[in-house]
Ligand binder design. Structure first.
Ligand SMILES: Nc1nc2c(ncn2[C@@H]2O[C@H](COP(=O)(O)OP(=O)(O)OP(=O)(O)O)[C@@H](O)[C@H]2O)c(=O)[nH]1
Ligand SMILES: [Mg+2]
Length: 303
């Protein structure tokens, strides 16, 4: 019998680098939410991929940037924590942006956080650049850190992802699988459901508002007919934001609810009745309970 292997591959990088998109691609299911906006992922999210005898547990992390607020600091701490616990770290850099100041700042801190953990460079979004520019970028990045390998991928299109998966399968240590073979995510269903709603809100709202809201699944009721009733609260930090989230005549929240319900129903493979309520809670960004609901450590945000 072939020996099984299993381990953790942490995805780190600047906000918007495509970490969640890559995780979803590797897992083959949408486990982590994706938007075109920065700071979409707030906590560590595990997605599980099987590749022959290997089980690779991908750890999606929040983007790393210079934190200003408590929530930022908790997120960045969570990202580095994910890296420190991994068997292999994948640093994502965007092909069309290259070695940005933000990427340089991450590389400068990488050695301290990675220790002996091997770090591979993953240049993502190669669909956005001409191939001639990639070699130079790869060289430049490899001069700045001792990466054990370099991959050029498009998480969105799937280019290069099979090579990366083959390599990772050899990198994770020999040992028993960490999760059942058919499990794709390690995140409670109530949290996945809240994340789906937060994604739909982020896609529809402008700039600062998504940052200042959080979604919690308050009640989850299994019904006899096989469906589930899910009640969620959208917390906003300012009275003015409530009206924006609701939209004219409630049309924004209605559209968000429909989109979230459709996705959740598909994810679960059975009907879901989703009820959303918007509440103003001016101090939620300073409440420890909100952080633990998100999967973050409140104290990590201490200045
Ligand atoms: N063209 C192109 N776009 C991509 C690719 N991968 C991701 N994207 C897009 O980049 C944006 C950000 O993707 P995410 O996966 O949310 O990025 P992230 O690194 O998880 O971002 P945060 O969670 O905010 O740190 C989305 O609009 C994706 O569709 C790619 O390979 N090519
Ligand atoms: Mg993300």
């Amino acid at each position: 019998m072939t020996e099984t292997r299993a381990g953790f591959a942490a995805l780190i990088g600047e906000p918007n680098a495509g970490k969640s998109t890559l995780l979803n691609r590797m897992v083959g299911a949408k486990v982590s939410i994706v938007t075109h906006k920065v700071q979409t992922t707030r906590a560590r999210i595990r997605g599980i991929a099987m590749h022959g005898p290997a089980q690779i547990v991908f750890v999606d992390t929040p983007g790393i940037f210079r934190p200003r607020r408590r929530l930022d600091r908790s997120m960045v701490k969570a990202a580095w924590g994910g890296a420190a616990d991994a068997d292999v770290i994948l640093l994502l850099v965007e092909a069309h942006r290259g070695l940005t100041e933000g990427a340089q700042a991450i590389i400068a801190q990488l050695r301290d956080h990675a220790g002996q953990i091997p770090v591979a460079l993953v240049i993502n979004k190669i669909d956005r650049v001409k191939s001639e520019t990639l070699l130079a970028l790869s060289q430049q990045l490899n001069e700045s850190y001792d990466f054990v390998a370099t991959f050029m991928v498009s998480a969105e299109k799937g280019y290069g992802c099979a090579d990366l998966m083959d390599w990772l399968a050899g990198q994770v240590p020999a040992g028993p699988w960490l999760y059942p073979e058919d499990q794709v995510a390690d995140l409670p269903m109530r949290m996945i459901a809240a994340e789906i709603t937060r994604e739909k809100l982020t896609l529809r709202l402008h700039e600062e508002i998504p940052y200042q809201l959080t979604v919690e699944t308050e009640k989850w009721e299994e019904r006899k007919d096989g469906s589930a009733r899910v009640d969620q609260i959208v917390y906003v930090a300012r009275p003015g934001h409530k009206g924006i989230v609701l939209g004219k005549g409630g049309e924004t929240i209605k559209a968000v609810g429909q989109a979230a319900r459709a996705e959740l129903t598909e994810f679960m493979g059975r009907p879901v009745h989703l009820f959303l309520q918007v509440k103003v809670r001016e101090n939620w960004l300073d409440e420890a309970e909100r952080y633990s609901e998100m999967g973050l450590d409140f104290r990590d945000g201490d200045a």
